[in-house]
Every structure is written in C-alpha cells, then in structure tokens.
Design a protein around this ligand. Structure first.
Ligand SMILES: C[S@@+](CC[C@H](N)C(=O)[O-])C[C@H]1O[C@@H](n2cnc3c(N)ncnc32)[C@H](O)[C@@H]1O
Length: 331
C-alpha cells in the first residue's frame, strides 16, 4: 500500500490563541442569552476528559458498556458488511478505549490500517494514543479539530482505493438538537463517497429514572464533570465563579426526549469574567445549560438515515441498556 499524505495533517492543530478566542466568543455569546448556556464541547479539557473516562466506568452510566458490548459481540457481523480495504476516521474519539476491539479485528483481516481519531480535545487524543499504543499494524494520525473540519481533511487526503468508515460512538449524536443532528449527518454524508460507511452508537429511550441516575450519579462524578466547566472559565478566561455557589442540575424533558444538564445558581450573585469583559448577575435558581443528551428510537434513526443521504444496513441492539449500533452506507 502506498503511504497517503495523512501525516501532514496533524502538524497544524488549532493554535492555542485561536482556540482561546473561540472559547471566549462562545462564553460571551452563551452567557448573555436569556437562557444562559455554554457549549458542551468545552466540557472536555484535560480534567474534563479524565472525568468523562471515569463516568464511563460508573455502574449507573450504562451507555458506554452497552456500546462496547455491541461492538464486541457483533464484530464479525460488522466486518462481514464492510470491505477489506478500509480507512477508519472516528469523530469525537475520546480515548477510543471501546474502538480498540474493532480496530484489532480490522487489522487481523487486513493490515496495516489507517485510523484517524478526530477530537477537539488534545488531552483526549493523548489518551487515545496511549490506549492504542502497541496495537501492531495500526497507523494512527490524530486530528485536533472539530468533527467536520477533521472529516473534510480526511476526505481530501484519502487514498482512492479505500472505503472510508466513519465511527461516531458513545451517543455523541445526542448532544445535538434533533434538527441540527440531521443537518450534521447530511454534512457527514457530503464528505463521503457512495459506498462509504458510518457506524454510529446511539442511546435509546428508556425509563426516566434510569436516565436521571445515569447523569446524576451518587458519587458526584458527573457533577464534577459539569462544574469543571466553570473551573475552565475561571482558569482560561480569568473568571471568578465560586464553585460552591453552583450545583449540578439534571432534568428529563419528556417532550423533547432528552436529558438536560444545567449548573444552577444557589443564590443571587454576580460573576465577572475579566477576559471577555463580562459581568453576569445571576438570580437564585437561574441556570446555565451545559449539555443535552437526546434519546432515540429505531424507526426514527432509520428515517434519519434516509433523509440525510444514507441507507441503514443494520441495527444491533443491546437489551440490558437499550442502545443501538447502526451501520449506514452512503447512497
Ligand atoms: C461523549 S464523548 C464520547 C467519547 C467516545 N467517543 C466514547 O464513546 O466514549 C464526546 C467526545 O467528543 C469530543 N467533542 C465534543 N465536541 C466536539 C466537536 N465539536 N468536534 C470534535 N470533537 C468534539 C469531546 O472532546 C469528547 O472526547
């Protein structure tokens, strides 16, 4: 196999000043909305990525284990539906701990394998390199980029005779508003060629009590993950949020079929964020919305596939924690 020029890509990760400016803009914009908000992608600094890894180990957080079980149990069926000559790009890879199974199986069938994890979090990518270190036959090229910027780079440099398999695991699709999710899937499709594939893990609807516990664990790891966003604002943008004055607040919106994570102010207070020249007056119980996790059903996902230019070839379902792995092909 000739060596494709992927290596040139990771030389130019987003410069730090640009990344801080983007964060500052997001904070300025989000905290001045009537419902204050902060984008969930900023939850994943070094501590946030480590806390997310801890969340995936919690007994209450069934999503990651279900995702991993499905990949493990159905590796052979997944392989049967995909050609030998593959390159694999993963959107929001995190540490890629679950992905290892699949990569190993692809390598066993046809090595070497090019794997391109794409993640905004440099520290998640560092963990990914550690996690996959020593996996013989793997050529890993990590991209510290947003999902679509990274995918565009992959599409521009792909070798002509390989099928591109895009992985989007961990129900990360659920972080988008439902209508935005479809636009996003169509954007993925625009970067693919007919016959390319998308393997996506998404959480299914389930009882509210299970969901609330999954996002508000008794140990408080998810609360720390959420509140760490304020620590990040304080550190990177010179803010003065008092951590103990905001608490983790999780709700289930039945109409929207989503979990919402908020940070609730426990008193009237004023917060100053010096580097964005912003002063926020919080009322008691006012919240900052930090993340949404939409839940799906099987028919809805199949319909989303066809509306965004894919056809759904298979769905593998975990019954212990209702969750689905979907394999879609670009039409
Ligand atoms: C919910 S975690 C999932 C991690 C992993 N795929 C898993 O299943 O455990 C989402 C990951 O996507 C990354 N991420 C969030 N928003 C992103 C964006 N807009 N572009 C690229 N990566 C993003 C985060 O840094 C994080 O590592």
């Amino acid at each position: 196999m000739s060596t494709p020029p992927f290596d040139v890509l990771n030389a130019d990760a987003v410069p730090r000043t640009e990344a801080i400016e983007a964060f500052a803009d997001a904070v300025r914009h989000g905290l001045t909305q009537p419902q204050r908000e902060l984008p969930s992608c900023y939850l994943y600094d070094e501590v946030g990525s480590a806390l997310y890894e801890a969340i995936t180990l919690l007994p209450e957080y069934g999503l990651s284990r279900a995702d991993e079980r499905l990949l493990f149990r159905h590796t052979d069926s997944i392989l049967r539906l995909l050609p030998d000559r593959l390159i694999v790009a993963e959107l929001g890879s995190g540490s890629a701990r679950k992905t290892r199974w699949l990569l190993q199986a692809f390598i066993n069938r046809a090595a070497p394998l090019i794997y391109i994890p794409i993640d905004l979090s440099g520290s998640a990518l560092k963990n990914c390199r550690k996690e996959l270190f020593g996996l013989g036959g793997l050529r890993l090229v990590d991209l510290e980029r947003s999902y679509l910027e990274g995918l565009q780079d992959v599409a521009a440099h792909r070798p002509p005779d390989h099928t591109l398999l895009v992985l989007f695991l961990g129900s990360t699709l659920g972080n988008f508003e439902r209508s935005t999710a479809e636009v996003f899937l169509s954007e993925i499709r625009r970067n693919l060629q007919p016959g390319d594939a998308l393997l996506m893990g998404t959480d299914l609807e389930k009882p509210k009590a299970d969901l609330l516990l999954a996002y508000d664990d008794p140990l408080g790891v998810t609360a720390a993950f959420n509140r760490n966003l304020l620590v990040r604002v304080n550190r990177e943008l010179n803010g003065d949020f008092v951590l103990s004055h905001f608490y983790h607040d999780v709700r289930y919106d039945a109409a929207q079929r989503r979990i919402e994570m908020h940070l609730r102010s426990d008193r009237r207070q004023t917060v100053r964020i010096e580097d964005v020249e912003l002063t926020c007056d919080f009322q008691t119980d006012e919240t900052i919305w930090t993340e949404s996790c939409h839940k799906f059903n099987l028919d809805e996902l199949r319909a989303m596939a066809s509306r965004s230019g894919f056809y759904s070839a298979a769905q593998w379902i975990d019954n212990d924690w209702p969750f689905v792995e979907s394999l879609w092909f670009a039409d």
